[in-house]
Write a protein that binds this ligand. Sequence first.
Ligand SMILES: Cc1cc2nc3c(=O)[nH]c(=O)nc-3n(C[C@H](O)[C@H](O)[C@H](O)COP(=O)(O)OP(=O)(O)OC[C@H]3O[C@@H](n4cnc5c(N)ncnc54)[C@H](O)[C@@H]3O)c2cc1C
Length: 336
Amino acid sequence: MREIEIAGGGLAGLSLGIGLRKRGVPVLVREAGAYPRHKVCGEFINGVTSETLEVLGILGIFKNALQHSRTRWWIHQREVLDIKMTRPALGMTRWEMDVALKDLFMAEGGELRTRDRVVREGREGLVWAAGRGGQKESTWLGLKGHFQGVPLRGGLEMHLGDGGYVGLTPITKDGNWLNVCALFKKRTLRAENLITAYLRACALDDLADRLEAGELKRSSLTGVSGLQLGVQGGTAGLCSLGDAERMIPPFTGNGMSMAFEAAECALQPLVDYAQGREWSECCAEVADAIESRFQKRVALALRLQRFIETAGGRRMLSLAARSGLLPFHWLHRQFS
Ligand SMILES: Cc1cc2nc3c(=O)[nH]c(=O)nc-3n(C[C@H](O)[C@H](O)[C@H](O)COP(=O)(O)OP(=O)(O)OC[C@H]3O[C@@H](n4cnc5c(N)ncnc54)[C@H](O)[C@@H]3O)c2cc1C
């Protein structure tokens, strides 16, 4: 069988690697960083199905995951939504999840090279799963950190402000630790605690006060800039997956599901390549499967993202939610 080389040992790369190993395909994953590591992520997975996780052979990793079934939204100080989700979101830190995937990939006989940065090029046998970032002109900044001792209000909290939004996710069963993850429009701010400084700049002072009453685990503080939402620029002949292919706005909590689903889309065409099929045919099949699965979902999310970026959009969201006219369950199903 021919070998598949995967650039990027994140969710798309490792889950694909595991799925391929389970089908006997030789796989080399080349990862620029090392494990364990913190990643900018809200750390809840919205929308992924057991079937997708089963096909990839990674369902077992989530057996002890937290289950979040309720979400509450605020616009500045005003609560506008408190709702039960149709399907619970899975909760697990990236510190744990990426290591669990890496260990399973290696246990399945996959070869992993860390601190190995791959050059981006379209070449036969190379799958590009190297994630997001790299757009110098991007105006977005993602920040995340783990906090202890911040009283939670129940469920997944989402707070919308002027120039950004932030999600709070419990990461331990006792609720003593939580993940705080935000997407902000970049500003020039200097502060010891960049997350709370940005919250204040977005007029989310109440939330900043709550977080400052707790304790930030300094080593968990991570940031990412150069983010571009939506379809990413392609390189001719490149077979790309996950955030490297397209990025859904983070408020959906659906990006990790998309990374796994993209790996699922790529699995059979890549098994076919390993068994002798033409590379270009397999890549085209992967691209088609991804396009038909994600095109509508990401387009809708981008429209909603633009909506909540404006004060008028947030006012309408608030009105619709408080008067019971927001089709939350319909929207939630679109991100599944
Ligand atoms: C602010 C924010 C909040 C988010 N919150 C959520 C959430 O709550 N729920 C959710 O589902 N999704 C969320 N996401 C999205 C989610 O994190 C991503 O969709 C998911 O991580 C994509 O997985 P991936 O495998 O494509 O990329 P990644 O997980 O980023 O993995 C890519 C890997 O490639 C490596 N790499 C990069 N360049 C190279 C190279 N040249 N050679 C080799 N390796 C390389 C990187 O080190 C990394 O390990 C959020 C994103 C942001 C920005």
